[in-house]
Design a protein around this ligand. Structure first.
Ligand SMILES: Cc1cc2nc3c(=O)[nH]c(=O)nc-3n(C[C@H](O)[C@H](O)[C@H](O)COP(=O)(O)O)c2cc1C
Length: 170
């Protein structure tokens, strides 16, 4: 099994998360790529893909995702297994918490791919999010808020990694 993780990050939080995920899983098993430096199409080299995205400017995409957004819709992800995570701020941007994560989920939804790694919405306080699924019970991926809940992130990441590896195997 070889994973490819592709992230965009403006102030490094999503990037640091990618590095933590790599450290936990092992650099021999997972490659990480900043989409500022690599075309998104590189993800097609992997069968198991993780996407990392942050939300900016009241519910907008992180800038590097935004600049490759047209390519996202064109990706043929059929047969792939996809997990995703987001960074956001539930306190200052509680009406748009993790919106970009939801937009990314939506943008690839036409693909016949396997989506794993949904994450319960408990333990957060926010008023609105485009990233919710299953009657609003779950986020479409791991939801991280290093601004407000940095202390919880490490454990969330580790729990989520175990979850996605189990889901992948089953
Ligand atoms: C100007 C500004 C706008 C933001 N807008 C949102 C938002 O709409 N929704 C959200 O969940 N987080 C929002 N955030 C929080 C960022 O997503 C958060 O700081 C995140 O950790 C940034 O990750 P990055 O450095 O990897 O890009 C915003 C932050 C800033 C500074």
């Amino acid at each position: 099994m070889k994973l490819g993780l592709f992230y965009g990050s403006t102030t490094c939080y999503t990037e640091m998360t990618a590095e933590k995920i790599q450290a936990f899983i092992g650099a021999d098993i997972i490659d990480i790529f900043n989409i500022k430096d690599f075309p998104l199409s590189k993800c097609l080299e992997y069968d198991f893909i993780i996407f990392g995205i942050s939300t900016w400017d009241f519910g907008e995409l992180q800038e590097d995702w935004e600049s490759q957004w047209q390519d996202v819709a064109k990706l043929d992800l059929s047969g792939k297994t996809i997990a995703m995570y987001g960074q956001g701020d539930q306190e200052d941007y509680g009406d748009w918490f993790q919106d970009a994560l939801g937009m990314l989920h939506e943008a690839i939804s036409h693909n016949d791919c396997r989506r794993i790694g949904f994450w319960p919405n408990q333990g957060y306080e926010f008023t609105g999010s485009k990233a919710l699924i299953n009657d609003g019970q779950d986020f479409v991926g791991l939801s991280l808020d290093d601004e407000r809940q940095y202390d919880l992130s490490e454990e969330r990441i580790q729990t989520w990694i175990v979850q996605i590896l189990e889901e992948y195997a089953n």
